[in-house]
Write a protein that binds this ligand. Sequence first.
Ligand code: TUI
Length: 313
Amino acid sequence: MFKTKITELLDIEYPILQGGMAWVATAELAAAVSNAGGLGIIGAGNAPGSFVREQIKKAKELTDKPFGVNVMLLSPFVDEVMEVILEEGVKVITTGAGNPGKYIPKLKERGIKVIPVVASVALAKRMEDIGADAVVAEGMESGGHIGELTTFALVPQVVDAVSIPVIAAGGIADGRGFAAALCLGASGVQMGTRFVCSTECTAHPRYKEYIIKAKDRDTVVTGRSTGHPVRVLRNRLSREFEKLEQMGASKEELEKLGEGKLKAAVVDGDVEYGSVMAGQIAGLIKDIKPVKEIIEDIIEEAARVIENLNKMR
Ligand code: TUI
């Protein structure tokens, strides 16, 4: 029922990608998503090439299915991570937080599928022009580094502007969101926060619980003044960040405050003074369940929702 250009392009069963979240999207989570019929994606984040190589090797042991790597373009290790991706024969990459243009020719030459995450029509078109296989159109409902537009406004505009398949991201965590994304013209979805709250996700239990406890208005965007806005769940760190930003703190001061804080939250479970990146849809997520169940529930609910569309009107 949900065969799309994305299931075909990536040779997967369901058009569901797992966001390549730094520290959170480990080989274990990525392999679980791929084994369940989606596309699992290892998050390279700010990690060096050697760490990414280990993760790729581990994922290869855990699944025979295709999986991807997300390259965070603000990382100081982008060049070596790209080298590792070429050497390890990774089949698909996504990129985030920037323009991957200069890397695309070499990746394409080696037959690697390139799917940049974009937050605007202009970047989507540029990516199509230089050979991207698809784009993820990510709305500002997402967790972590975000753009300006909402998913509902961004996705149909990107769909109309490019001919390559579009994957919707931001604010999607159930079958209704999945079906809505398809209605907007997307060929698939990418979800982050929903997969954090999975059994297989290796993030600290307190990180997962903080998402489960979150209500609709519990995320805030910090770092707008630095040019790198980041959506997180409100806590002591976000309040301190906001206070410093209001006082007109320099970019350097703010960056220093943020240093190591994502790891503190994800690995050490410091949900008060760590950076608990999560999307606005956190308020909808009420349980931690196996990846396979998350995906199957979404597909089942979406099928039901679509079938009921005519009856509801
Ligand atoms: O990249 C993400 N989400 C992320 S990256 C990240 S790590 C980080 N930590 C602290 C500060 C900054 C990053 C945490 N979450 N999502 C994909 C995404 N990319 N969302 C928005 C964009 C984006 C925004 C602007 C992509 C390109 C862009 O402009 C580039 C251009 O040249 O126009």
